[in-house]
Design a protein around this ligand. Structure first.
Ligand code: NAP
Ligand code: SF4
Length: 680
């Protein structure tokens, strides 16, 4: 064990007998959309080569289907022919040239396929799919086992170091193993032995086709989080059987896609599921990988040092920062661009059939933002929110002498509000990252400096990046000046006292955040263990595993306040929230008794409360406070005087466009504008 490393367990090699992994970091499987690039997988090759250079011990591709029925979506990636295998050669070559190792994930979607050819052990439609699956005949089951083995053999031919068999998250294999979705009465259903026959035969066939010196990771659903999932005894017996059938490593799968419990979103505490892997530790002899919400080397080291697992899987954290392992090993953990588990640019993109990117790192999977030549001369960046920070660091990296002016006493802008929301504490990591990078790249940071036009002109800047952000929109409403009315910054930033009954005007991202903040009890949970216990209680996760699937009755927090969350438009409240996380925010608020109303017309605020109509029916909400979360207006008063004086001004982030302002666009604009400014 290398004692000089700050993370000795993380960087201890793992001997698999026929090969040795250099460390305990698995870049877990994650679909990016690059798998579906037509004609060439060169972008996928660049993507993985960057992570191999960054020091990942082992990587796994996004899911590749073993046949057409197994597609996630029509014309999704599959590996069924030698021609398809050849297309993967650039990926494996690039990874090996960079000193890395990579496995191909074989994923059969089963009833989660978003196409009409989908198949499953029994013809039961998933509640998240529009299609009812076809029941697989015994002949098709046998053919599918052969297809898995063929894909594995082709992966070996393509140069992969191994495969991962996807047996969790509610995909086909998982659909066979549990009574929820397997109602068969033949040799492939009914008893536990029959239900696990399909995965065991796949495992044996894959091993037989690929030989003993090929990594086979089997991902087991260790906690289904749906009714009629596995019992814990079944998980243990299955894991033992998978080991006997020839797996090299067992990976942890948590929660089906149809489960109504968030398992990877930012509100899930760090390391919330390592206990599941740990429970299996004494039952099997092969290495175990643990997963879900492990996003810092400190957390990963703690998990390994306490013997909870042999490896840690980090997919999004290595999407966010390809150099995560290298930086951790070099003692530069502070310079890691930490994944904040927002899902906004990765999973949400993939869900919308777009290529994955990353909110905190727009270069993550595209790799194609222009890399401009070295710059000289001084540039002012005004505003140290996400957009300004991103521009300042990027400009300084190019060699410009950058002065960053911030009117308040801290960098971070709107992220300073976000980090106060219970469940969004991770946003502080992005501020920490930028703080490190400002120092590393030599940006001169001027806090408490409201740089006006005269000031900037006097300083002689010829080029100014305006990232002055936004101001809360004040709706034209009678009584808007009443003492009951507060803006979201009054609440989140200035911590003004708020009464027990509250109406929130505006149900965008910030309205939801404020509702979350005001209904939470803000218990001080000092340890991750306490946070995990509270999360399990809120969502009904049973660490004692007394029922199938590991579920118990949820016990939502008693809300701290009674809240009405209001919008004028007709659609579903919260419709604009992220695809993969919006449901969890809505469910949390529903469980806390928040009334979410659409089609609201506001009339006035007075001592009686908020006067409004819903669908034409007038009423008064007798509330103590009305919090305005009605969007924002851009702040760009500097633009005109600077331009009049002949200064080149670049608007980015909220200052450019406050509507649909989001951090993803802000950080990306900062980076792009910094690349387009001409050298001095
Ligand atoms: P927003 O999403 O644009 O929502 C503004 C809300 O105010 C809407 O519900 C709108 O609904 C209402 N509204 C607009 N003008 C109004 C007026 N004149 N009077 C009364 N109501 C009015 O803005 P935001 O909530 O301030 O969020 C800003 C951005 O921050 C978001 O777009 C998002 O990208 C980002 N953010 C995201 C999250 C997240 O969860 N991902 C969290 C926080 C912030 P009606 O017009 O229907 O009334
Ligand atoms: Fe993590 Fe958000 Fe980036 Fe996805 S988009 S990798 S969740 S920071």
């Amino acid at each position: 064990m290398p004692q000089h490393s700050p993370f000795p367990h993380l960087f201890a090699p793992l001997d698999l007998g026929f090969t040795t992994l250099p460390n305990r970091i698995l870049m877990g499987s994650m679909h990016t959309g690059l798998e579906e690039d037509k004609g060439s997988l060169h972008r996928l090759a660049d993507y993985f080569a960057a992570r191999a250079r960054g020091g990942a011990g082992l990587m796994v591709t996004g899911g590749i289907a073993p046949n057409r029925q197994g597609w996630l979506a029509p014309f999704g990636a599959k590996l069924t022919t030698t021609t398809e295998a050849k297309q993967h050669a650039p990926v494996t070559t690039a990874v090996h040239n960079a000193g890395g190792k990579i496995c191909l994930q074989i994923l059969h979607a089963g009833r989660y396929g978003m196409h009409p050819m989908l198949v499953a052990p029994s013809p039961i439609r998933a509640r998240i799919s529009p299609f009812r699956p076809w029941e697989m005949s015994p002949r098709l089951i046998r053919a599918t086992i052969r297809d898995f083995a063929r894909s594995a053999a082709l992966a070996r031919e393509a140069g992969y170091d191994g495969v991962e068999i996807m047996g969790s998250e509610g995909y086909l294999i998982n659909q066979f193993t549990v009574p929820r979705t397997n109602k068969r009465t033949d040799a492939w259903g009914g008893s536990f032995e029959n239900r696990i026959r399909f995965p065991l035969e796949i495992m044996r066939a894959v091993r037989e086709k690929t030989g003993p010196d090929f990594i086979v990771i089997f991902r087991i659903s260790m906690l289904d989080l749906v009714e009629d999932g596995s019992t814990w005894d079944e998980v243990v017996a299955f894991a033992k059987a998978i080991e006997t059938a020839g797996a090299t490593i067992i990976n942890t799968g948590i929660g089906w896609h149809e489960a109504r419990i968030p398992t990877i979103a930012t509100m899930v505490p760090r390391g919330a599921y390592t206990w599941v892997t740990e429970r299996l530790k004494t039952a099997v002899g092969i290495p175990l990988i643990t997963t879900n919400r492990i996003n810092t080397p400190e957390k990963a080291e703690e998990i390994l040092a306490t013997g909870q697992a042999d490896m840690v899987s980090m997919a999004r954290p290595l999407l966010a920062d390809p150099d995560f392992p290298r930086k951790a090993k070099a003692g530069q953990a502070n310079a890691i661009n930490t994944c904040i588990a927002c899902n906004q640019a990765c999973l949400d993109h993939v869900f919308e059939q777009k290529t994955a990117s990353c909110l905190v790192n727009p270069r993550a999977a595209t790799g194609n933002l222009p890399q401009a030549p070295e710059g000289k001369g001084a540039i002012a960046v005004v505003g140290a929110g996400p957009a300004g920070l991103s521009a300042a660091v990027e400009l300084a990296t190019r060699g410009f002498s950058v002065h960053l002016f911030e009117a308040s006493g801290a960098i971070g802008g709107q992220f300073n509000l976000a980090k106060r929301i219970p469940g969004k504490e991770e946003y502080a990591e992005t501020i920490r990252y930028f703080d490190t990078m400002l120092k590393k790249t030599g940006v001169a940071v001027h806090l408490n400096t409201g740089a006006g036009a005269d000031f900037l002109l006097k300083k002689g800047f010829q080029e100014v990046v305006l990232a002055t952000g936004v101001a809360p929109r004040i709706p034209a409403l009678e009584g808007i000046g009443h003492p009951k009315v507060l803006s979201y910054t009054d609440v989140l930033s200035d911590q003004k006292p708020v009464g027990k009954k509250v109406a929130i005007i505006g149900a965008g991202g910030i309205g939801f955040d404020v509702a979350m903040y005001l209904t939470a009890n803000h218990q001080v949970l000092a340890s991750d263990a306490a946070r995990i216990a509270a999360y399990q209680q809120e969502w009904g996760i049973d660490q004692n595993y007394q029922h199938r699937g590991g579920l118990t009755d949820p016990q939502p927090e008693t809300p701290a306040r009674q809240v009405w969350l209001l919008q004028r438009s007709k659609g579903k409240v919260g419709a604009g929230l992220g695809k993969t996380t919006g449901w969890a925010h809505r469910l949390t608020l529903k469980n806390r008794g928040v009334q979410m109303w659409n089609s609201v017309q506001y009339h006035r605020v007075d001592d009686a409360g908020l006067h409004l109509s819903v669908n034409g029916k007038q009423q008064i909400l007798d509330v103590d406070h009305v919090i305005v979360c009605a969007g924002q207006e851009p702040l760009r008063t500097l633009q005109a005087p600077l331009e009049a004086a002949g200064i080149r001004v670049h608007l980015i982030g909220g200052a450019k466009l406050a509507a649909e302002l989001d951090a993803k666009r802000a950080i990306e604009e900062g980076m792009v504008v910094a690349q387009t400014i001409r050298p001095g």
